[in-house]
Design a protein around this ligand. Sequence first.
Ligand SMILES: Nc1nc2c(ncn2[C@@H]2O[C@H](COP(=O)(O)OP(=O)(O)OP(=O)(O)O)[C@@H](O)[C@H]2O)c(=O)[nH]1
Ligand SMILES: [Mg+2]
Length: 481
Amino acid sequence: MKSNLVEREQQVICAISTPPGYGGISVIRVSGADSEQVVRKIAPFLPQEVKSHSVYYGFIQSTELNPSTVKSIDEVLVLYFEEGRSFTGEKVFEIHGHGNPVLSDQILQELVKSGARIADRGEFTYRAFLNQRIDLVQAESVLDLIQSQSSSSSQMALRQLQGELSKEIEHIENAITRLLAHLEASIDFSTENLEIISQKQTLDQLQHIQKLLAQRVSEYQKGKLIREGLVVSLAGRPNVGKSSLLNMMVEQNKAIVTAIPGTTRDLIESTTVYNGQKIVFVDTAGVRTDSVDIVEKIGIEKSMESHKSADYVFFIFDLSTGITPQDEEILSGLKPENLYLLGNKSDLVSEADLESTQKLLQQSNFFKRNQLDSHWISSRLAFISTLDKKCREKLFDMIMELAFSTQKEDRAILTHARHFEKLSEALSKIESVQKMVVAKLGAEFLSQELKDSLICVQEVLGKHYDDQIVDKIFKEFCLGK
Ligand SMILES: Nc1nc2c(ncn2[C@@H]2O[C@H](COP(=O)(O)OP(=O)(O)OP(=O)(O)O)[C@@H](O)[C@H]2O)c(=O)[nH]1
Ligand SMILES: [Mg+2]
């Protein structure tokens, strides 16, 4: 066995990279400069010289000291990837065996006996990062790709993995570096009265950087929706049809529907995927102020919390009763920014009723208080009936339209809170440099602030990093990745 004298990062690591349990095949990855010696001990069928990206067939042997007790463990294919052309950047072997955890475990044990150690979570990806095969943004997208639950989020992760986002961030990094170089030069030559870069040029370049950063930062919300899914909370009085709506949207009988007001008491979350986008609906207890039931009261509190944290709130009201004082009261607790109004049970009312409802809404206190106009209402109000399945499509289209305006995102965008925070910090520093230039502060001041902003950008890519943050990122990975 290898001694501990070898640095952890130099050791040969191995792990099962396929999901646990039984399956068609199981893949064991082995990585490290000495991986060939290790694998050779259990795969005697490998030729004298292995060729990168080739496949070798044979039987894995146990490494018993006594040759008479040596036995075959599994029939496998071994793939070899040379240093510099593998996922980790190191010499990598992949052993494809039968998908039986007992066999895979035996192979792992043999690898350990031969000098490898079991890899930590995310250690293969971590090595890829250390060997500069990928940057931190790409490492995080590997994780996203494994965990993504919808086609749009996996597309997004793949784009990031291919380095599209990294390239755009590097573009910002280069722009800051260039400006910094000019400023530093002007500090060096300041005694000779040479103007390296004019105030106007500095401001122009800063504005360019500011725009690039602001664009990245502003799209975060959209990126987050794609990655984590969009959360729609259903609000309204008891009995207006919230649970019926949830069931219709997710096409399942998730929530109990009865004609008794106060049926739903807890939050009921259900996820669906529409056009590749993950959407989470949260059905809530109908809010009524006169409730004396303790369970219902707690449910109502939870409803209010759900509305606060959701991306969108659908306020549902009953067209057959019209807007009631209780509706008004619930509305007064909601913010108009992410609010949509759904008049339900349209099957019970006439066309004329719909028009008068719209007028009544416009006269409500909620409208007056928030100073909303008729344009707001026409873009935020829909009449539906949960008995009419066509409404499902209509509502989904509305959700997609409001969340993405364009249906599909065809470029890599910011999806991680970490990236968002760092780039926002960089942006605010750039904005303060802009103010410094206007205030005619010396180049040394500008240059310090600009350097700080550069570090923020580099931290996103992992060019500057804090061990704890990197540790935290890779700890989220599964074993074998
Ligand atoms: N006619 C008609 N009835 C509906 C419609 N949607 C729901 N209902 C009926 O309205 C009643 C209440 O529906 P629910 O979905 O349980 O209402 P809720 O808002 O979840 O009520 P709570 O859980 O009590 O807050 C049930 O009898 C439904 O069948 C609709 O579009 N048209
Ligand atoms: Mg309900």
